[in-house]
Design a protein around this ligand. Sequence first.
Ligand code: ADP
Ligand code: ADP
Length: 230
Amino acid sequence: MTMVRFERVSKRYGAGKDALSNINFELARGEFAFLTGHSGAGKSTLLKLMMLMERPTRGKIIVDDQDLTTMRPGQIPYHRRKVGVVFQNHQLLFDRTVFENVALPLQIAGYTPAEAARRVRAALDSVGLLGMEGRNPIELSGGEQQRVGIARAVVNKPALLLADEPTGNLDPELSEEIMNLFLRFQQVGVTVLIATHDIALIERMGHRRLILDHGELHCSELQARKSDSS
Ligand code: ADP
Ligand code: ADP
């Protein structure tokens, strides 16, 4: 039932103050939620902990029944394959084609060329960009570039899809299109968590909201459920 579980998680960088302090929440499998909060509230840090790009200072993180806090380095690549990530600035490589950009995570996973090509086309199809394989991302619009970034994030068919300000550079209409794409992945069973400070968009879309404020989490469901889960 549960895809993500944070138990009393804190994260401190170096000798600074806590970037995240005592975070408790759960995401159910197939849930769609937003993560909001001011700049510096800890949103990116929370996402990085789920991808094991950072380790917590205290507490326990479970993703897809795996305890990340005890995971051995050799298991990390397998974990990352289960987690797709979309960045604001999409981080596409402009010296490669759309196909090559989307195929990058598959090369690491070691697919045959034929299977990789099939998966890249399926991922591009899922974001409405089938036929764009041979183009250079630099020729595409901002919205199309972001779709390529999403295709790359889902090409491994991740169980969990994370996005860090995925609409930060897009106008409201394009932002809504991109959000609708994320909803389509939720509809095929993917758990989706989107960090954004686009409050207007969130309010139009509804859905559960996790709110970070100076490293503390508010309005998460687990707070209401704490008494029966512990
Ligand atoms: P948000 O994504 O909400 O803007 P971040 O997670 O990026 O917030 O940052 C949370 C806090 O942690 C901030 O005070 C930020 O300065 C600090 N921080 C983030 N990354 C690092 C890092 N690599 N080293 C030191 N401090 C960091
Ligand atoms: P299959 O391997 O089952 O034939 P495909 O590789 O053809 O599936 O992909 C089916 C579509 O579902 C693709 O468009 C893919 O991007 C999308 N997808 C991405 N992530 C997931 C997921 N976690 N579960 C199901 N479908 C996903």
